[in-house]
Design a binder for this molecule. Structure first.
Ligand SMILES: Nc1nc2c(ncn2[C@@H]2O[C@H](COP(=O)(O)OP(=O)(O)OP(=O)(O)O)[C@@H](O)[C@H]2O)c(=O)[nH]1
Ligand SMILES: [Mg+2]
Length: 199
């Protein structure tokens, strides 16, 4: 995948606005503040392509970034305690519509904070991905905040936790330090080739 000229393509806040899929998509899913937007910036070697914020709930729309012949799709984060019931419903409709509209989704990157056990919302998302048979990899974020031994432990723990849901790979990353980014790029290339070859 060519990350050189990545560009923001569009943001959709309502399920009815989602256009039909016209190219391979990679989706970043995960709770608010886990580091989805930061990872998009790191993959694309850009500082401010996707908006990053220390306040959870920054990305409230589905944002599409054009990267080479594919899209990176930044989902709004879940599990943010302060959202209203109506907002939660909008999120549910948006996500369901996204995953149920027959898109060319090559792989979901399910982001999980490497420092913490998965939340109830994370587990619900893993169940959702498994239920729909959506291929996904677990991307552990903020590895720079862990020492080496704790990093290794996190990979072991998350591999064990995620495997029963059909997780195909576990990658330890840091958007801050660049750790795991090359490995992630390779994973995306492989998934794109598999989808486009009809494997
Ligand atoms: N130390 C460290 N901090 C990170 C890393 N990735 C993200 N952060 C920080 O985590 C906070 C949230 O990052 P975002 O990328 O905005 O998170 P998000 O998942 O897009 O959040 P929402 O848009 O609210 O769903 C920011 O303060 C980032 O600087 C990382 O690899 N290491
Ligand atoms: Mg975001």
């Amino acid at each position: 995948m060519n990350y050189a000229n990545a560009s923001f393509q569009a943001a959709y806040g309502l399920s009815a606005q989602l256009p039909d899929s016209d190219r391979t998509e990679f989706v970043l899913s995960g709770r608010s503040n886990v580091g989805k937007s930061s990872l998009i910036n790191k993959l694309c070697n850009r500082k401010n392509l996707a908006r990053v914020s220390s306040t959870p709930g920054k990305t409230a729309t589905i944002n599409f970034y054009e990267v080479g012949t594919a899209y990176l799709v930044d989902l709004p984060g879940y599990g943010y305690a302060k959202v209203s019931g109506a907002e939660r419903e909008r999120w549910d409709r948006l996500i369901n519509r996204y995953f149920e509209s027959g898109r060319r989704c090559a792989l979901v990157l399910q982001l999980l904070d490497s420092r913490h056990a998965p939340s109830a919302d994370d587990i619900q998302m893993l169940e959702y991905l498994q239920w729909h048979g959506i291929p996904f990899a677990a991307v552990l974020t903020k590895a720079d905040k862990l020492k080496k031994a704790a990093q290794e432990q996190a990979v072991q723990d998350f591999t064990r936790i995620c495997a029963p849901y059909g997780c195909t790979a576990v990658i330890l990353t840091s958007a801050e330090k660049g750790q795991g980014i090359d490995q992630l790029r390779q994973l995306l290339d492989t998934a794109q080739e598999a989808l486009e070859d009809g494997v």
